[in-house]
Design a protein around this ligand. Structure first.
Ligand SMILES: [Zn+2]
Length: 304
């Protein structure tokens, strides 16, 4: 999007939040249904947005339906506020929602739209997390027919999904799913929690914040309401395991920038100048990294 572009709002009479009031109301009704039946994929009339499907149109429609002039919005992509997708979505909201504040600080946001990560900083009851979803149905890998998948979801029949996980264990000695780990909500529906890493899945369990998941292309909205059980599918003898950031000596790797040893790390490969590659690790959540850095900086460094 051209940063200097301004929507001709006066002439076109765009409503606040781009979508018209009827569209927003319909999305809000679907959100209410999704909250009432935790984990159920509620169909909705996904609108055309002025961006390609697959760029977060599902999450954006949820955000635009909920946002009001008093809200403070944070948009993140892969943990970073400054990646292209996040910047474009934030600019679009700024253009179409006059008066809405945007922020990069997790604590200051009332509404957080995210792709691929849940912020490291624990969310509160006053916050709503909107996740962008490319593929809402975890059963799609084992059953091509949507009609049959609906029956399987209704009956809570996830035997074929469990068989798939079991085959993984037989072949590789562990479950190899890194993202989109199938997670059972409130003891019934199994959801695709969007492409968050395994590391983030436990944050859905008994989350204080409402978590809404929007899939624009697939026209589905589902929710993990506050204080709801969210359990990754596992076997009794094979516990759920999150990403392991230990090095060869068993030491937990630290972020090369802020030194944190309790965050999800991105592996960064840099040329070491001698024709080889050097690997470093850095927090994936850029706001968390900045805050850790600020907290540990000495007063003299802060002044510099
Ligand atoms: Zn860091």
């Amino acid at each position: 999007m051209n940063p200097g572009y301004e929507l001709p709002q006066d002439e076109a009479a765009y409503s606040f939040g781009f979508l018209d009031e009827y569209a927003k109301r319909e999305v809000r009704r679907c959100i209410l249904k999704a909250i009432s039946i935790p984990g159920y994929q509620t169909p909705y009339a996904s609108r055309e947005m002025p961006m390609g499907r697959g760029f977060g149109t599902g999450g954006l429609q949820v955000t635009l339906s909920l946002i009001g002039p008093d809200d403070s919005l944070k948009v993140i992509d892969q943990g970073a506020d400054d990646s292209v997708n996040a910047v474009n979505l934030r600019q679009f909201v700024e253009l179409t929602c006059p008066g809405v504040d945007t922020t990069e600080r997790t604590q200051e946001a009332t509404l957080i739209q995210s792709r691929h990560r849940i912020p490291e900083t624990p969310l509160t009851e006053a916050q709503v997390l909107v996740l962008q979803v490319p593929y809402p149905d975890p059963l799609v890998v084992v059953e091509p027919s949507e009609a049959r998948r609906k029956v399987m979801h209704g009956e809570g029949d996830y035997a074929r999904l469990l068989t798939k996980l079991y085959e993984d264990i037989v072949q590789f000695d562990e479950i190899t799913i890194s993202h989109r780990y199938p997670t059972r909500i409130n003891g019934h529906y199994v959801i695709d929690p969007s492409p968050i890493p395994r590391y983030d899945v436990p944050q859905l369990h008994q989350s204080k914040a409402l978590v809404l998941l929007g899939a624009g292309r697939e026209k589905k909205i589902y929710a993990v309401p506050p204080y709801t059980n969210a359990e990754p599918l596992v076997f009794e003898d094979v516990p759920f395991r999150v990403e392991d950031f230990r090095d060869a000596d068993g030491q937990r790797r630290a972020c090369a920038r802020c030194g944190a040893t309790n965050s999800f790390l991105d592996e960064i490969i840099q040329n070491d100048g001698h024709g080889g590659d050097q690997k470093t690790w850095q927090c994936s959540d850029s706001d968390y990294c900045d805050q850790q850095l600020a907290a540990h900086a000495s007063p003299t460094e802060m002044r510099a």
